[in-house]
Design a binder for this molecule. Structure first.
Ligand code: ADP
Ligand code: ZN
Length: 727
């Protein structure tokens, strides 16, 4: 777009945006002899220091007594499309523009030389003295391939010392490993699947949108197991043929081992992977490959939106309804919405996929703003699971137990048939609350208004909001009664105990984000589940989505009411989505599946809609209730969180803010009231909610208000959350 150098006579000025929490670009004088253009990365003085910034616009006046730009850094300039995106995100979210820039700005290259990783290769004869360990190591290195030392040690189950001794003996030679291939070229025709009729016509529409090479949004709505991935891969293949790049956004990139395997099976190579665990040199190299256009496909977490693509030809937002797309800290943006913005800026098509689209997306599709493609059937004639409710008022497990007789029987049948069962409970840890039976003392987080969750694996009480950890004591800290502490309610760990006593012969596993051993182990266990190594899986929402477990034929939902009782207007939508996702884990393989949902409220509209198997019923009811309440997408919504180190400070600022709110027609200001987590990480939080009709420009309204309002003093902070996901 604007690649023209700015013609700058001596004494001209530029406005430089600095990637810190500042909203405005600062003006600097351009020294003689320096030619700058928009997007150039420059060094400028800021207070007593030097800092890096980006030339954002031509300055208004003459240099006068402004400070001067120190110099231009030897870095690629920020792309005009990215500059536009930064401007847009900052405008929409009200985040300081500098904070948004920080998401997009590449760090200056690290110029310490990269140390090569070392590998070993079998080059010589075995040593005279052989041991079983040495034999295994040599056998594993057979064929003379260069292999990383750690990988060889693992493959042969030997220690690194065994390998070192074979290096000393001359059997192995040490050589540098080649760098990981970051931008191997995917082959669009590597292994094309045969698509069903429905899949083919959806794929054809997506391919046409890539060929048209213009902006447009398509919702690809398909039931779980309908083959959405196979279908949008065709659009990716077309972008590769057109020599343009694709971005595939995923909600939880760390757990996408299955996705990567499928991508590799389809295109012959792995995609470029972008997420927070990709660091250092690898990150830099991937960024460079994206900027040069060499990396054709990037699969990434939401931050991949801010990468410098050279020729972006397609954006896919996988599982577009996922809450993980909303960034809550710092710049609070929704990656799905910003993906649509980036698509418009780049003039590229955007595909949103989901089995349970968000209401916003659904309505955009119904109103014709998005193209709506549907895959109503599972691939290969597989049936959706049959769903049933268990009325817990009648079939009540005894005290301290959570699995009803009906569900126990169903699990038993599955065990006998050697089929897998999934028990879903969206609660990490052992018990959500611990209390003293004698005095009623409850364990609360010292930093948050939240109960501490009992984690038996870790032998600790943990706050799920701030991470505070303390040992679980043996006696009550308040009344010192021994043996009086009681766990209240179930978490997945406690459910696992019940499974172990009721089905002692079953191989069971608990899968949640607390899994000991971290993401790598978790990935392996997910694979093991897919391969049928466990009979009963007990899991949180971590196992609800995306995974394909072919042997899973029963899903038991322990508490279908969890989430429905909160006052949050999105509670119904979220519960509907998670229950549809998790029950969709059943029956994806050869055998049909079924799901049983335990509830105290079998008449609840969300559960009735779910059981009816007709999502339209849910969407129609939910659309009507949002419309009646003027909630998004029928109205606009923002939350203002006012926090401070003390309650009076946050409350008085919240009141001051509320006092200077103007309420013209179409604007409603609610509060101030305590925020849902009234204390979080030691900060006292109040909240104001702004609701407007659609014809009000919410951003302009908020800006004008905050400008009028007294500036926060002392420890007070005001955070704006446009389109809050929960309130
Ligand atoms: P979704 O994302 O809609 O839940 P997937 O794309 O994961 O569905 O597909 C479900 C399963 O069906 C996967 O194992 C996939 O490989 C398989 N599948 C879907 N379509 C085809 C096809 N046309 N040919 C072969 N296998 C397919
Ligand atoms: Zn806490």
């Amino acid at each position: 777009m604007n690649e023209q150098p700015i013609e700058l006579e001596e004494g001209g000025t530029v406005d430089v945006l600095i990637p810190l929490g500042l909203d405005q670009a600062y003006s600097y004088a351009v020294p003689a002899g320096l030619v700058l253009k928009l997007g150039d990365v420059v060094q400028v003085p800021l207070g007593p220091r030097e800092t890096t910034g980006v030339v954002w616009s031509r300055g208004a006046g003459r240099g006068g007594n402004l400070k001067r730009v120190t110099g231009r850094l030897d870095m690629p300039p920020l792309d005009p499309a990215l500059m536009k995106l930064v401007d847009w995100v900052a405008w929409y979210t009200l985040a300081p523009k500098g904070s948004v820039l920080a998401l997009a700005l590449r760090r200056p290259p690290d110029d310490t030389p990269e140390r090569p990783r070392l590998g070993v290769r079998l080059v010589g004869a075995p040593p005279a003295r052989m041991t079983p360990a040495r034999m295994r190591a040599i056998a594993a290195a057979e064929g003379g391939l260069l292999i990383a030392k750690s990988a060889l040690a693992e493959a042969a189950s030997v220690s690194a010392a065994v390998i070192d001794s074979l290096v000393d003996a001359g059997t192995f030679a040490v050589e540098p490993l080649p760098r990981d291939a970051i931008a191997a070229l995917p082959d669009p025709d590597h292994a094309k699947p045969t698509l069903s009729e429905g899949q083919s016509s959806a794929a054809a529409a997506l391919v046409a949108s890539v060929q048209a090479n213009g902006f447009g949004v398509t919702l690809l709505e398909g039931v779980t197991g309908s083959g959405k991935t196979e279908v949008y891969f065709e659009a990716v293949a077309e972008a590769i043929r057109q020599d343009r790049q694709s971005l595939i956004l995923m909600p939880e990139i760390a757990l996408t081992a299955q996705f990567i395997d499928r991508f590799e099976a389809r295109f012959g190579v792995r995609p470029g992977l972008w997420h927070s665990a990709v660091t250092g040199r690898k990150r830099e190299r991937l960024q460079a490959a994206i900027a040069s256009g060499e990396a054709k496909v990037v699969a990434g977490a939401r931050s991949a939106l801010f990468l410098p693509y050279r020729t972006l030809g397609l954006i896919v937002v996988d599982e577009e309804h996922e809450a993980a797309y909303k960034q809550e800290d710092g710049v609070s943006y929704h990656a799905r919405d910003m993906a649509v913005v980036r698509g418009r800026i780049e003039n590229a098509p955007v595909i949103l996929t989901s089995a349970t689209p968000s209401l916003e997306t659904r309505i955009n599709a119904e109103r014709g703003r998005y193209v709506h493609l549907k895959l109503p059937e599972r691939f290969g004639g597989r049936q959706l699971p049959t769903l049933g409710l268990v009325d817990l008022r009648r079939d009540k497990p005894e005290r301290g137990r959570w699995i009803s007789d009906a569900l126990v029987k169903a699990i038993q049948v599955n065990l006998e048939a050697k089929e897998q069962s999934l028990l879903f409970l969206n609660r990490r840890g052992y018990a959500p609350l611990t209390l003293c039976r004698d005095c009623g003392h409850r364990f609360q987080c010292p930093n948050c208004s939240a109960w501490l969750v009992d984690h038996r694996f870790r032998r600790a009480l943990v706050c799920h909001h701030c991470g505070h950890v303390e040992r679980r004591p043996h006696e009550c800290p308040a009344c010192h009664a021994p043996e009086s502490l009681t766990a209240c309610g179930p978490g997945v760990e406690r459910l696992a105990e019940e499974v172990a006593t009721r089905f002692p012969q079953a191989r069971s596993i608990v899968l949640s984000s607390d899994f000991p051993g971290g993401t790598e182990r978790l990935k392996q266990e997910l694979m093991a589940v897919a391969e049928g190594e466990f009979d009963i899986v007990i899991g949180t929402q971590l196992v609800a989505k995306g995974h394909n477990f072919p042997g899973m034929t029963l899903v038991g939902v322990i508490d279908a009411d969890l989430g429905l009782t909160s006052g949050d207007p999105r509670a119904a939508e979220r519960t509907f989505q998670v229950l549809r996702q998790v029950t969709g884990r059943a029956g994806r393989g050869e055998k049909p599946g079924r799901a049983l949902l335990q509830t105290h409220d079998p008449g609840h509209p969300v559960l009735k809609a779910l059981i009816s198997g007709d999502p339209e019923r849910f969407y129609a009811a939910e659309t009507a209730s949002r419309e009646a309440a003027g909630l998004p997408p029928f109205g606009r919504l923002a939350g203002l969180i006012i926090s401070a180190n003390s309650q009076p400070e946050s409350e008085s600022h919240a009141r001051a803010l509320a006092r200077c709110a103007e309420v013209p027609e179409g604007v409603f200001v609610l509060g101030p009231a305590e925020a849902p987590l009234a204390v979080l990480r030691g900060r006292h939080r109040m909240r104001l909610i702004v609701k407007t009709t659609r014809d009000v420009n919410l951003q302009d309204y908020l800006r004008a208000w905050l400008k009028r309002a007294p500036k926060p003093k002392g420890s007070v902070r005001v955070a704006v959350d446009v389109d809050p996901q929960s309130f």
